[in-house]
Design a protein. Structure first.
Length: 219
């Protein structure tokens, strides 16, 4: 039997998910809410697949996944979420989880996802796959040094590009942080990196230089 553990603080969702998976003859599904009980059960008997709610009040699915991976390094963990997660893409990939599934997924999609992870596949939604493909953009330009025309490679990440587009539209750091699901400090940190890459000192200079180099277009 394939042992599956579901953890969700919304009982109706947790039980509904369990009922869907229980229809498979080779699935033995357990549903728990209490985090301490989850950790205890996981230490005593490793599960084949963990389906964790990403957004729980006392312990997020990501935090719980990290705790499980400490004593079961090869655990197959799927984060189950009803919220937007593209802004957390790098964090999710670096965490060691096996995939992400939306709570809007159909029964068939959920079953396929669980079996794919069991077979060693990683689940990446199309929206995140596109983000991965565009995670870095390389822009090549030439310096204007009077003594040299040495080529300089400028690499701009997708996040930095989105911030540049935000400031080009006159958005404040707060507005950009809310739109990209980042902290204001993270926006400021990325702006500092942008200034350094473009060799500028202000938002307006950054936009002007990004337009000049063809990194963004301002309509």
């Amino acid at each position: 039997m394939i042992r599956i553990l579901i953890v969700d603080d919304h009982q109706l969702v947790g039980e509904g998910t369990k009922n869907m998976l229980d229809l498979e003859n080779d699935f033995d599904v357990t549903y728990l809410i209490d985090i301490e009980e989850v950790l205890s059960a996981s230490r005593e008997n490793s599960f084949d697949v963990y389906l964790l709610d990403m957004n729980m009040p006392d312990c997020s699915g990501l935090e719980l996944a990290q705790q499980i991976l400490r004593f079961q390094s090869e655990a197959k963990i799927i984060l189950y979420t009803g919220f937007e997660y593209t802004s957390q893409f790098n964090l999710l990939i670096d965490s060691g989880i096996s995939g992400i599934v939306s709570k809007s997924a159909t029964q068939q999609e959920l079953l396929m996802s669980v079996r794919a992870v069991l077979n060693g596949y990683t689940l990446i939604p199309i929206s995140l796959l596109r983000q991965l493909r565009l995670s870095e953009i390389s822009i090549q330009t030439k310096s204007t040094n009077a003594f040299s025309r040495k080529e300089i490679n400028i690499s701009v990440t997708q996040k930095e590009l989105e911030i540049l587009e935000g400031i080009s539209k006159g958005k404040s750091n707060k507005e950009i942080s809310e739109e990209l699901f980042l902290s204001i400090r993270a926006v400021e940190y990325n702006l500092t990196k942008i200034y350094k890459k473009l060799r500028v000192n202000s938002r307006s200079e950054a936009v002007a230089e990004a337009v000049r180099k063809g990194i963004i277009n301002v309509i």
